[in-house]
Design a protein around this ligand. Sequence first.
Ligand SMILES: [Zn+2]
Length: 73
Amino acid sequence: MVDLHVTPVGDVIEHDTSADGECVCGPTDKPVPRGDGSVCWIAIHHSLDGRERPQGETTLTVLLNERHLGEEA
Ligand SMILES: [Zn+2]
């Protein structure tokens, strides 16, 4: 169960951000602690047009995933 979706703006594909949808980009679920002690889950979608925008840790996660995928290909 994901509370928020982070999708690349203007990507070449439509990202599936429905509650139980499976997006083709293989989004990464990431827990983010909230101030009240609960945890918010965000799904980080990956752009499929080869572009990434600097967004701190999010970008690092995306780059690591892409590098990993590249090694397997
Ligand atoms: Zn997606």
